[in-house]
Design a protein around this ligand. Structure first.
Ligand code: MN
Length: 572
């Protein structure tokens, strides 16, 4: 049922009321493409409707731009539609304040922010639907904006969709961004790939009857066979790894066989292997060992008729659906099983799972990584142990940069985090466009603007409420009338990392390259001789930074290196 149809069925329901409210609020506004603005929230809501999200989510999608772009206020939305919808609209509005400009170290902060202000994943779903529609209408915007939005989609939103298990959406977003980010490559890819796609498809169509016949002979209930063409963006990534030789891409078009039950999946795999030999090392059992994002399927690459190599994917209907809808499908099943409303009745276990997922998402690099299920699982387990969000908040500068702070931090902490001079000359602060006292406690997603005045000195009172060590230090330094460099004689000037690793060839190179990629200079690298026969080494590395945030990030990255067992650091 489309939204307009469901409004006809229930003209006084939540969705119908949100429809009228938003349509009215956006009246007279046009998009750059010339269409009525309301077409946009309606399209986003329609996408969520297709994902079969609940009423509140769809209503919030209809309303998602009203607070930011029309005279309507959040309070009005709350009064008309209740706390649940208002919370979702507010979350989406806050996400809209973030502008991603592609500096590497900001990506992690951004992802953390996205997941910490959307304590309810439905906010992310709305944002993804919003983004999908914006990407589909990106043509109308000026080139500069197209590029920024496409980059943000490629580096932030598509990976998030992927990690939420929404493979299809992720692929769509990557593909939509690709021509804006790589116009030349896009053209080239189309010219070389079109023929190959066609040839592969014809080949698969030729052997399809054979597969059908074989399954029938063995009483396997076939739901469907289809052909999945590889996405352009992921084809390009793969070509990069295969000398740009399209002949080496075996899954350009894959055959997808959908059956009723898991035993039938394995039976199909067996039958196929009996008829056509599999390539060694390319059989993947994502049913017994799902990918960390929940993806389940059997994959195999076989040598088919005429010695041609092709990929076959085998799964059940339920898996197929979950692979499309990801985490949203998971909620759907919960809802169907319990027969109750999805949000209020989530079990404790589900919530824990979502919490862990959020933590994990915050740390995964932004690469589309379909091949390496194994490495992913390891990272997953690793990051499950990190309880990251517990004590952190993420506030935003007027430029859209994200500042990572401890819970309870104030505008003063925020100011010093940006720059010592801004902290020292701070005279006031606006949070979400309202003046607040300097002791005001910031919350995740707050838009913070620091008001400064030249030649201003910090006040001693600030020491009573600042939360970060950096703010406290700088305030004290300024009160003593010295600048921060003069005191650095006694203050720490470097950091020593101590890393215990397995003895593996190349590990020192791996560690030092991670450190230098984090823009930290190595002052010395020392690996004392370990006792004879030991499998482990201790490395002591002096680094030229005392920036705790930087070090903490570095520590996390070093932990990801294969063979690293333990790491600690101290400021010296
Ligand atoms: Mn929007």
């Amino acid at each position: 049922m489309t939204i307009k149809e469901s409004i006809k069925t229930n003209p006084t329901g939540l969705i119908a009321r949100a429809f009228r409210f938003a349509e009215n609020a956006h009246k007279g506004q046009k998009r750059k493409s010339g269409e009525n603005y309301f077409e946009h929230p309606l399209a986003a809501a329609e996408i969520l409707n297709r994902w079969r999200m609940d009423e509140a989510t769809i209503a919030a999608a209809l309303l998602h731009d009203t607070v930011e772009d029309t005279p309507a206020t959040l309070e009005q939305v709350r009064k008309e539609f209740g706390d649940d919808v208002a919370f979702l609209v507010d979350g989406v509005t806050k996400l809209g304040h973030i502008k991603y400009r592609g500096t590497q170290e900001k990506i992690e902060n951004l992802r953390k922010l996205i997941f910490s202000i959307s304590q309810d994943l439905r906010v992310v779903f709305i944002k993804l639907a919003d983004r999908l529609h914006n990407m589909n209408t990106l043509k109308a915007l000026p080139p500069q904006k197209q590029k920024r939005i496409a980059m943000e989609t490629d580096e932030i939103y598509a990976p998030i969709a992927y990690r939420l298990g929404m493979q299809n959406l992720a692929g769509e977003l990557y593909d939509l961004a690709f021509p804006y980010l790589h116009p030349d490559k896009d053209k080239w890819l189309h010219t070389i790939a079109v023929e190959h796609f066609e040839a592969r498809r014809k080949y698969l169509e030729k052997i399809e009857p054979e597969v059908r016949k074989m399954l029938k002979e063995h009483d396997i209930r076939l739901v469907s066979i289809d052909f999945r063409a590889k996405r352009y963006s992921s084809l390009y990534q793969k070509l990069l790894r295969h000398d740009m030789d399209i002949e080496k891409i075996y899954d350009l078009v894959a055959m997808r066989i959908i059956v009723k039950t898991i035993p039938e999946c394995y039976a199909v795999l067996g039958l196929i292997h009996e008829k056509w030999p599999p390539l060694p090392g390319r059989i993947k059992d994502y049913i017994a060992m799902p990918k960390p994002n929940g993806y389940r399927s059997l994959h195999t690459t076989i040598i088919g008729p005429d010695e041609k190599i092709l990929e076959v994917q085998i799964r059940t209907e339920e898996m197929h659906e979950e692979n499309e809808y990801g985490i949203a499908a998971h909620w759907l099943y919960q809802q169907a099983r319990s027969g109750e409303k999805m949000r209020s009745k989530k079990t404790a276990e589900d919530i824990r799972w979502i919490e862990q997922l959020k933590n994990w998402l915050a740390y995964i690099p932004s690469q589309q990584n379909e091949e390496q299920g194994g490495a992913d699982s390891e990272e997953f387990l690793q990051s499950m142990k990190i309880d990251f969000f517990k004590d952190r908040i993420f506030a935003i500068t007027p430029r859209g940069d994200v500042i990572d702070l401890p819970k309870g931090a104030t505008p003063i902490d925020f100011a010093y985090q940006i720059h010592t001079d801004i902290g020292n000359s701070c005279v006031g602060a606006k949070v979400n466009n309202q003046l607040v006292p300097l002791s005001h406690e910031l919350r995740s997603g707050d838009l913070v603007e620091i008001l400064t005045q030249k030649n201003k000195k910090p006040s001693e009172d600030w020491l009573k409420f600042v939360k970060t060590a950096i703010a406290r230090d700088r305030v004290r330094t300024a009160l003593r009338g010295k600048n921060s460099f003069a005191t650095s004689v006694s203050a720490p000037s470097k950091t020593e990392l101590r890393i215990t690793t397995e003895n593996r060839l190349g590990i020192i190179k791996d560690i030092s390259s991670v450190i230098s990629r984090s823009h930290v200079n190595i002052l010395s690298f020392h690996t004392p001789n370990s006792p004879g026969g030991s499998h482990f080494s201790l490395h002591k590395i002096e680094c030229a930074t005392t920036d705790k945030q930087k070090i903490e990030k570095l520590v996390f990255k070093v932990k990801q290196i294969k063979g690293v067992r333990e790491i600690s650091y101290k400021l010296e």
